[in-house]
Design a protein around this ligand. Structure first.
Ligand SMILES: Nc1ncnc2c1ncn2[C@@H]1O[C@H](COP(=O)(O)OP(=O)(O)O)[C@@H](O)[C@H]1O
Ligand SMILES: [Mg+2]
Length: 389
């Protein structure tokens, strides 16, 4: 006789199998306790990031003005992120910020939320690629992982279920009972220029505790707690990126209320667009409620970011033009292409900016890189616009 399917036991068994397999996968991807390390960049990549020509970069070395950098076996220069920063300082001398683009006196911290309640629309993928591109361009970036599922935290090489099981997540800085300063949970990452406020399952407590805190009138209220936490460290960053969970809970509302702008990621198919319509409606209702309660609503920009774009897919094209007709300038000019280079890199918890071009089909890699650079450079322009440059 077949064994009865006891769903509680079956689910636990599958959870155990999968958990063990994932641990093994993580251990194979990077050794236990070994931190991720960022690769070196070629002279071509370095010049592109610095906004100079490769010949000018060569000349800096020839004239002895550039720092000594590592050489490959083939005698090519290789630049670490720290070398790029040093070159920025050198290039910027007397240039008043042309090569050090971070915010200046009077320019306010930019806080951008990546948002949508559809999982898989690319919130985490866009958050980390934006963070890395901005950091490589010389901005001081803080990533805040607002999703209890902690995908962003994993991409930075942490194992939330070990590293931050009980403490050390964003939760500690926004909880109602004796919160810590945000600086106490912020981690420096393997990626120079990026710090991380990590997530973990603990964060979910915020959803559970908020109704009680509202009844007890605990101050500040949920929508102001993320902003309050951020204010402690705001001098240390140019840009803060929130990776929101795929739901419209208190965490998402708190992130939104701490933001100065919002990027809604959308996969261009009709089901996702229909789901986004609901999402926008519900967001508007909730925002009205917190606005009524006194949360600030003045934003610098809101954009829709098309993700998983396939230029040769007819129906997708139609959805994209539908969105562009409806939302005009609010749709980012640059879409994020659907690319196996992005998903393949994701398999080893990496991004396009981390992997080596040689690991991929060159054309596939270049197309993905070009698309992500275009998206992130457009975001950079939006930030500059908000700074009134
Ligand atoms: N443009 C893209 N091309 C290919 N794969 C993508 C792309 N954007 C995201 N993905 C993959 O889709 C999955 C879900 O993306 P993710 O950013 O985690 O979505 P979300 O954070 O909105 O849930 C990830 O495995 C990611 O690697
Ligand atoms: Mg995510």
């Amino acid at each position: 006789m077949a064994e009865p399917l006891l769903i509680n036991q079956r689910v636990r068994a599958r959870a155990d199998t999968l958990g063990a397999a994932l641990d093994a996968h993580m251990l194979a991807s990077f050794a236990p306790d070994a931190r991720k390390e960022l690769r070196r960049f070629s002279a071509g990549e370095a010049a592109e990031l610095l906004g100079i020509s490769t010949s000018f970069l060569r000349k800096l070395h020839f004239d002895g003005k550039a720092p000594e950098v590592e050489m490959t076996g083939g005698g090519r220069r290789q630049y670490a992120a720290a070398d790029l920063m040093e070159l920025r300082q050198i290039l910027d001398a007397g240039k008043a910020g042309a090569y050090l683009p971070g915010r200046r006196e009077g320019e306010k911290l930019q806080v951008l939320s990546f948002l949508n309640f559809k999982g898989g629309s690319g919130k985490t993928t866009s958050t980390i690629h934006t963070a890395q591109r901005l950091a490589l361009k010389g901005y001081r970036v803080l990533c805040v992982d607002v999703d209890p599922q902690a995908s962003l935290t994993v991409l930075f090489g942490y194992r939330p279920e070990y590293d931050f099981l009980e403490q050390g997540t964003l939760y500690d800085a926004i909880r109602y009972d004796d919160p810590l300063p945000l600086s106490a949970v912020i981690q420096t990452t393997f990626f120079p220029g990026i710090d991380l406020a990590p997530a973990g399952l603990m964060l979910q407590e915020f959803e559970h505790e908020t109704p009680r805190a509202l009844l007890d009138n605990v101050q500040p209220p949920f929508y102001a707690r993320m902003a309050a936490a951020l204010s402690e460290v705001e001098d240390q960053y140019d840009v803060v990126l929130f990776d929101c969970p795929p739901q419209l809970g208190y965490l998402t509302m708190a992130a939104l209320c701490a933001s100065t702008s919002v990027m809604i990621t959308i996969v261009p198919n009709m089901l996702d667009v229909a789901s986004m319509a609901q999402f926008l409606q519900m967001s508007a209702d909730l925002l009205d409620v917190v606005a009524e309660a006194g949360a600030p609503m003045e934003f610098d920009f809101m954009r829709f970011l098309i993700n998983r774009y396939e230029p040769n897919d007819g129906p997708q094209q139609q959805v994209v033009s539908f969105l562009r007709t409806l939302f005009a300038d609010e749709v980012m000019v640059a879409p994020m292409l659907k690319s196996t280079a992005i998903s393949d890199a994701g398999l080893t918890q990496q991004t396009i900016y981390e992997v080596e071009r040689a690991q991929f089909n060159r054309q596939t890699y270049d197309r993905a890189l070009e698309s992500l650079n275009a998206v992130n450079d457009e975001i950079e322009q939006l930030l500059h616009h908000a700074w009134r440059r």
